[in-house]
Design a protein around this ligand. Sequence first.
Ligand SMILES: N[C@@H](CCC[C@H](N)C(=O)O)C(=O)O
Length: 292
Amino acid sequence: MATLHFTKGQGTGNDFVLYSDPDGRMPLTAAQITEVCDRHFGVGADGVIRAVKSSRLPEGAEALAEDPAAEWFMDYYNADGSPAEMCGNGIRVYVRYLLETGLVELADGDTLPIGTRAGVKDVQRNLTGFQADLGRWRLDGGEPLVRARELPVARPGLSLDLGNPHVVVAVADDAELDAADLSYIPHIEPAPANGANVEFVVPFEPLIKDGVGRIRMRVHERGSGETLSCGTGAAAAALAVRYWAGQGAPNQWRVEVPGGTVGVRMFATEDGEHVALSGPAELVYTGTLELA
Ligand SMILES: N[C@@H](CCC[C@H](N)C(=O)O)C(=O)O
């Protein structure tokens, strides 16, 4: 029996259980993570984030080689206990947690590098909460067919890699978006080797207002099911819609999800185009849990 001292946090309704394990002495098993994330018998969350020093994990050592300033590693797990490379909402909530527990300091305008399985991500405070540079992204080159329950036809999706895998699917209209039953895992053909997060999107009318692109999105997350928001998913959705819209489409997007709104911005760097995600991050409560 182990006692878990945790904090519950959320970013646009994507919720997480966070705990501190600086020296890497208390990794949870997959079974313990599913127990913690269970909404009826546990705390309830879309994922678990362990705050661990980069120097204490093999992946953290890689992060430190990339940026020696990345002292903290976001050890992220989905609700089913599977590790994920990256979490866009989670990294904002993680930085809020590190700040409020006094583990780091971050002045306005400063950048905090965080180690993740998808490399080091730079986070800053901004007006909406925090902005995370998700780094480079890429089209995966696939247009698999996606079928979700209650959608009339299978639709082609666009595969994107944001450190973690995504398939973005455009649906006909708001009614179709609302009708999709995402309590079932969408069927993807051909099936991606490591699974994928699937985002369903519709444009607002007009798609572009005052130079900003606007879309609505619902998501089925790999390893967690339907969630109220997915940050890397919102970035993937904005990138996919910009791709479909063609030349002249904006580099700034507002993505409305069931849990709120996040901002996505694409910008050029010396090592290629990056995508940044911004939005709120709140800590909700702290507690203790006896784990089996
Ligand atoms: N909710 C996250 C993504 C979490 C990981 C994802 N389910 C995966 O397995 O890749 C986000 O905000 O990006």
